[in-house]
Design a protein around this ligand. Structure first.
Ligand code: SF4
Ligand code: SF4
Length: 78
């Protein structure tokens, strides 16, 4: 069964952590790796995401976060 997914464009992330703080299910974490701009970018844990969209709405960097609901994934991948 498909689960909700959050896609993060890692090189656009500024590491502000707003999404991490906004996520009610602690599905986002700060990784230890650095992106091209020198920021420690956010990672999706693959766990517990309810596709609430809080992370998407709070992110100040347009296009960085995409929330993909399970049913959309099922439609896309069969
Ligand atoms: S969509 Fe909601 S639950 Fe999923 S990672 Fe973003 S804030 Fe967390
Ligand atoms: S809110 Fe956006 S820019 Fe800030 S850490 Fe999360 S993904 Fe990166």
């Amino acid at each position: 069964m498909a689960e909700n997914h959050v896609d993060i464009e890692i090189n656009q992330c500024k590491g502000c952590r707003l999404c991490i703080e906004a996520c009610p299910t602690h599905s986002l974490v700060r990784g230890s790796e650095i992106n091209k701009s020198g920021y420690q970018y956010t990672k999706f844990t693959q766990n517990g995401c309810t596709a609430c969209g809080f992370c998407y709405y709070i992110c100040p960097e347009p296009g960085t976060i995409t929330v993909i609901k399970a049913e959309q994934r099922t439609a896309a991948h069969g």
